[in-house]
Design a protein around this ligand. Structure first.
Ligand code: NDP
Length: 419
């Protein structure tokens, strides 16, 4: 029924490919295209014979618009699912416009080189105007709205777990539980243990940049910025237990502030253990998180990329990670004139994910919603011309699909709240 081009073949893509192959009725044909084609071929070899989805592979440099557009023009997909890195968002969107193909991703644009003077000038202006200093923001991709509208194409941004499912939870809460939502606390808890003193659960470069940056939250129409890890809370997560969590800047706050009318405060918290934080601070202090190249023995080295080469590959954590993730949102607001609070969350078990698709829960909880977002688009359940965030569509078919495809959710109408 549909043909999907998946770009990237890392931890998240591997889960999305497994899930598309379980859903062959919708995804009759997929192409896995990435920089290292041997990874695409290995994934194809693992799945062939176990699925009726027809899998092909290709090598592509997703930084090269012409190469991408030529691949799209020859394969003729109904949509492109971008599971490479946020660095490639704009080149893949440009190629989609050139080839006339719909676009889907899980993370908003961020430049690879944050020292680029042209990008830096725009970034510094945004920091002053908007009041947050994260390197990533939606302005770059929202600026494509008119071009996608004019081309009669759809771009669906941020269909991972957070952003993605957390934003759909918000649309669902607003549709079924509230007349107006006043506060949203997004809580991302990974109660998993991989046994290493230090490792990241997804791409180390993206993960460490996000976590070492200033925190921020949205309150009464503007951003409030904090020092990294300045705000700490404890929370007793269902099925996981008591954890320390820290306020971070996160991209869905920006989209929800725009798309949820009347919202007064949006915060994002993520759990970290002390060992992770101590290692990260040390690496930061010695300069290992820097993205600026340094000369070493006549060779140019980017410290964070060198660090990535030393750390365990996130894809290798699957067999050794035990425990559960719990990700969800606590909403307060009013319904029929009465104040109310609800908590919608999903609990995912690392080992069960590994048994099913050979990956740990962090990749699983992103790869499943990536497949579901693509399914919403190619089946026409979500339809539009332009650039959209997931909370702009009817949440019901997506919520139903989460239950069916491995991420069942719970609504708690009497939850513990966060101070
Ligand atoms: P990985 O690093 O595991 O995989 C990235 C893949 O992209 C690799 O296969 C890599 O190729 C490929 N790639 C990188 N650069 C290029 C290029 N120029 N051309 C072609 N392919 C390229 O990352 P993850 O799977 O962990 O993450 C994938 C995406 O998911 C990221 O954008 C991440 O931010 C996002 N994410 C979103 C979450 C959410 O909840 N919304 C949560 C977690 C991740 P190679 O194999 O050669 O290195």
């Amino acid at each position: 029924m549909s043909r999907l081009l998946i770009i990237g073949c890392g931890g998240v893509a591997s889960v999305a490919v497994h899930k598309c192959c379980q859903n062959s009725e919708v995804f009759t044909e997929i192409m896995i295209a990435s920089r290292t084609v041997s990874k695409c071929e290995a994934l194809k070899a693992e799945l062939e014979g176990k699925t009726s989805t027809k899998i092909t592979t290709a090598k592509v440099d997703a930084d090269n618009v012409d190469e991408l557009a030529a691949l799209m023009e020859s394969y003729k997909p109904d949509a492109v699912l971008n599971l490479a890195l946020p660095y490639q968002d704009l080149t893949i969107m440009d190629a989609c416009l050139k080839a006339g193909v719909n676009y889907i991703d899980t993370a908003n644009y961020e430049p690879e080189d944050t020292d680029d003077p042209e990008w830096r000038a725009i970034y510094e202006k945004r920091c002053k105007e908007e009041g947050f200093t994260a390197y990533f923001d939606y302005s770059w991709q929202w600026a494509y709205k008119e071009r996608f509208e004019k081309a009669g194409l759809m771009a669906l941004l941020g269909t991972g777990f957070d952003p993605g499912v957390t934003s759909v939870f918000t649309a669902y809460a607003l549709k079924h539980y509230f007349d107006e939502i006043h506060t949203i606390d997004i809580l991302d808890c990974n109660g998993g243990d991989h046994g290493y003193p230090f490792a990241t659960n997804f791409n180390p470069e993206i993960n460490l940049r996000e976590v070492s940056a200033n925190g921020s939250y949205w309150e009464n129409g503007h951003w409030v910025e904090t020092e990294p890890m300045e705000i700490k809370r404890e929370y007793n997560f269902p099925q996981v237990g008591q954890k320390d969590m820290y306020l971070l800047h996160h991209e869905e706050i920006e989209a929800l502030a725009k798309n949820i009318p009347g919202v007064k405060r949006i915060r994002f918290f993520m759990t970290f253990g002390q060992s992770y934080l101590t290692h990260m601070k040390c690496l930061e202090n010695v300069g290992m998180l820097s993205t600026s190249p340094v000369e070493y023995n006549g060779q140019e080295i980017v410290p964070i990329q060198f660090l990535k080469a030393l750390l365990p590959d996130p894809a290798s954590l699957g067999p050794r990670t035990v425990g559960k993730t719990n990700i969800g949102c606590i909403f307060t607001g009013v319904k029929d004139g009465k104040e109310k609070t609800i908590y919608i969350y999903n609990v995912c078990d690392h080992q069960e994910c590994y048994k099913e698709v050979g990956s740990q829960a962090v990749s699983y909880t992103t790869g499943v919603p990536a497949m579901i977002g693509a399914m919403m688009m190619v089946t026409g359940k979500w339809n539009g011309k332009g650039v959209f965030n997931v909370e702009e569509f009817d949440p019901d078919p997506y919520m139903e699909a989460l239950n069916k495809w491995g991420l069942p959710w719970v609504v708690d109408e009497n939850p513990q709240t966060v101070e």
